[in-house]
Design a protein around this ligand. Structure first.
Ligand code: ARG
Length: 586
């Protein structure tokens, strides 16, 4: 499929050649193009160029204008202020560009893939074995999935890693209990997510109670940790039961979240177990890590805690045990040398940012991270309750992710039912899931990831404002217009003059690909949600001002239907990249 150059890219390119024609030394200079209120685009790159050439900016701008041929693309170019150019694009160019996008039947809307894509290993959706998932895990899953959708769209190769917490001393107690009470966990293939979690909770509570009250059990649990670490067969089999039972639960939650998780990408802490001794040995040999009070640690000049004491990264504890840092360092070696990552992306709570800072710095000193690899922790903020404090239940407990999702779907059902005209009860339930889960995802994605946000269901499922439901309704309304059009098919008519509202919508539609690329490069899903929200708003004003089915001529009806359809497709694609469904009817 032929890809389409966006209007802003075409304008940018032609401005660049006009700049070079005016001043050969300007080759490669950036015209600095942006969307503008005054015209379609404004370029102010001439200002810097004029400074460099010690020329008068206004005169230089006029010279550049003289080198631009006006026509379909540049309908009007005018110097505005010193060194500024205002550019208006012709109606024909807009419609033709959109028509080329419309002709792309791959679903890419004519957006080309990156010329030199890299490989991003993205670490996201990482719950812990034998533990309930909470709102913190929600953010990692939702943001990670959206980033992955956007990166894939740009042509980047992405590999997911769900670094689940499936290893560590806490398993000694659990395994020992299961060993003494066999049959407490049902075979994984016999339980659903809810039963799995309730079994795990029961075992957790019972083993904890024993551990806290019975010194002898405590001792047996400690020996179990040693057995686990030395790879004892029976111990590993019991451990595996916890992992399998937990996965049943994880999958049920991810399914509720309408998110595809691949089994081969669930590679938890335990997977790096065998490589950890080598990681420690190499770090010690290279002198990156040093022995301190028996432990193997890495120090950093700039990282200090209270009393100005240096805070080290602990690679190996004094008792020989390895922890979180050792598994992350070993994972980096694997992701760089075996998976050939060019980018390591971690979608993990911002409260772990110090951990990642130390891990990355250690890996850099060891040469495991070099100039060919970027490592980035996309630390996200906390989910807050209506009171602005970290989200808790009334009893002060962390909120169970599932309860929260169920409630969102329930609220959505009320909204859908109220508006539903021709939907069956079954359809209402299906839409409710799409609307409710979409609402939760959208609310999360539409705030800048590093900020905290309030979990407010009323606001999330509101029909007015920057919500997914608003976008889903916009989509469904367009689909309904297209159905009403019946035999009349959408078709582009580049010869038609466009209404101001059509131009605004058209220019915005054309910017979809550029927006996804920017949002992906900056790991900023909120830039894509903002784009989609604006798209729906521009569509609404287009629809208010420009009759579609009752337009003046048959050509105009077809052309407006074409704008409607392209808007629908763009909304659909954009939402899909974020992991949000767009039902055909609402
Ligand atoms: N399981 C961890 C938690 O729940 C998150 C893991 C993040 N990923 C990593 N590579 N450390 O906090």
């Amino acid at each position: 499929m032929a890809s389409v150059t966006s209007l802003s890219d075409s304008v940018q390119q032609q401005l660049a050649s006009a700049l070079t024609a005016t001043r050969p030394e300007a080759a490669g200079a950036d015209p600095l193009l942006r969307r503008s209120d005054r015209a379609d685009y404004q370029a102010n790159g001439i200002l810097a160029l004029a400074k460099k050439a010690k020329a008068n900016p206004r005169e230089l701008a006029a010279e550049v204008v003289a080198h631009i041929t006006t026509g379909d693309l540049f309908k009007e170019v005018e110097v505005s202020g010193p060194g500024f150019l205002n550019i208006t694009v012709g109606d024909r160019a807009i419609t033709e560009n959109l028509a080329a996008r419309y002709a792309d039947d791959t679903g890419r809307l004519g957006v080309p893939q990156a010329r030199h894509p890299g490989t991003t290993v993205i670490d996201y959706a990482q719950p812990n074995v034998a533990k309930e998932m909470h709102v913190g895990h929600l953010r990692s899953a939702v943001i990670g999935d959206a980033l992955r959708g956007m990166l894939d769209f740009t042509g980047e190769k992405t590999i997911g890693r769900h670094h689940i917490g499936d290893w560590g001393t806490q398993f000694g107690m659990l395994i020992q209990y299961l060993c003494e009470h066999p049959g407490e966990l049902a075979p994984a293939e016999e339980v659903d997510g809810e039963q799995a979690m309730s079994n795990l909770n029961r075992v957790y509570k019972a083993s904890r109670a024993l551990f806290d009250s019975d010194e002898e059990f405590k001792e047996r649990a400690r020996r179990r940790v040693v057995a686990l670490q030395s790879g004892d067969k029976e111990t590993l089999e019991l451990w595996q039961q916890f992992v399998d039972e937990s996965k049943v639960y994880f999958y049920s939650v991810f399914e509720k979240l309408d998110m595809e998780i691949r089994d081969e990408e669930i590679v938890g802490e335990s997977a790096y177990n065998d490589g950890m001794p080598e990681t420690a040995r190499l770090l010690e040999e290279m002198g990156v890590a040093v022995r301190s009070e028996g432990a193997l640690v890495v120090f950093f000049d700039e990282i200090r805690g209270k009393d100005d004491q240096p805070v080290p990264l602990i690679v190996q504890k004094a008792d020989g045990g390895f922890g979180y840092a050792a598994s992350d360092l070993t994972a980096i070696r694997n992701r760089v040398s075996d998976l050939h990552a060019t980018t390591l992306l971690y979608v993990v709570d911002v409260r772990q940012s110090l951990h990642f800072k130390m891990v990355f710095e250690t890996a850099r000193r060891a040469g495991w991270l070099n100039d060919g690899v970027t490592a980035h922790n996309m630390g996200y903020g906390t989910v807050l309750g209506a009171d602005g404090k970290p989200f808790k239940t009334r009893e002060g407990e962390t909120v169970r992710l599932e309860d929260l999702l169920d409630e969102a779907v329930q609220r959505a059902a009320e909204v859908v039912r109220e508006k539903a005209r021709d939907l069956t009860e079954e359809e209402i339930q299906e839409r409710a899931a799409q609307v409710g889960i979409g609402a939760v995802k959208y609310a999360d994605l539409s705030t800048s990831p590093n900020r905290d946000y309030k979990f407010d269901l009323d606001q999330m499922v509101s029909l007015n404002g920057d919500t997914s439901v608003y976008l889903q309704y916009a989509y469904a309304r367009i689909r309904s217009i297209l159905r009403k059009a019946g035999e009349v098919r959408p078709a582009a008519h580049p010869e038609l003059d466009l209404h101001e509202a059509e131009r605004a919508l058209g220019l915005h539609l054309d910017a979809f690909g550029d927006t996804v690329f920017d949002a992906a490069a900056e790991y900023a899903p909120h830039k894509l949600t903002a784009y989609l929200y604006q798209l729906a708003s521009l569509y609404t004003s287009f629809y208010d001002k420009c009759p579609v089915l009752k337009a003046e001529t048959p050509q105009q009806v077809e052309n407006r239907l074409f704008l409607c359809d392209l808007t629908a497709r763009t909304l659909h694609r954009g939402m899909a990249l974020l992991g949000i469904r767009t039902p055909e009817r609402l």
